[in-house]
Design a protein around this ligand. Sequence first.
Ligand SMILES: O=C(O)CCC(=O)C(=O)O
Length: 253
Amino acid sequence: MFTEAHKRSLDEHGYCVIEDVLGPSKTADVRSRLVKAAAESERRGISTYIEGLDPNPNNVRVFNLLDLDPVFIELISHPLALEVARHVLDDDFVISNFTANIAKPGSDSMFVHSDLALVLPEPWHAPWSLNVIWCLDDVRGENGATLFLPGSHRFECMEDVPADIAEKMIPFEAKAGSVVAMEGRLWHTSGANRTQDEERGLLFGYYSRSFIRPQWNFNVGLSDVTKATLSPELHELLGLELAANLKPFEGPG
Ligand SMILES: O=C(O)CCC(=O)C(=O)O
């Protein structure tokens, strides 16, 4: 449940942790489908290691999740995810991307960034994007929890970002089955997985205001078979309709 306390945390700190969104057996099921999706992605020629994004291949990235298994369509349109998105993005949003990052032992931090800075030049005045992060494993500092700087969603330009930000960051801690909602302006990075044998699987549902170009071109990424399974609401949220940016305009007066 998305409570007033979660809303306050998002507003004050730039994130909140919503526990017990998925039960243990559902979490395990999504986790095993993610492993299969990673293999299928490789088979289709979309690499799960992106040079320049991660320092080494121990981070397994899975793009185009929505075309790989219907369970990911279920999660991107999960009522709780859409409720949080509506709260932050004023009911005027699209799905920008949906990806996974499995941090295996030996994985290391990527570059520090905010997700809004990746899609929009400064200044960043308003909460115009949001990540809904699905935790498929227990997440803690040792196994590569996302590192973030609380309150950094108030930085409006690069000049506001401290040069030593990486040293000031702290890890998200959350149980498997939780959702971490992270405002798009919050500065963060992936943590290094320092365990011997624990994997950290996270899914990143990225939503942005409708006037920001999405990160992923779902018109190309989704097969006709997948498109045929989607609701009219998802067609709109994924930008699959002919009109991409035509909206009724309420002029003055
Ligand atoms: O995996 C993580 O902990 C963070 C990933 C991330 O920030 C990204 O891919 O943009």
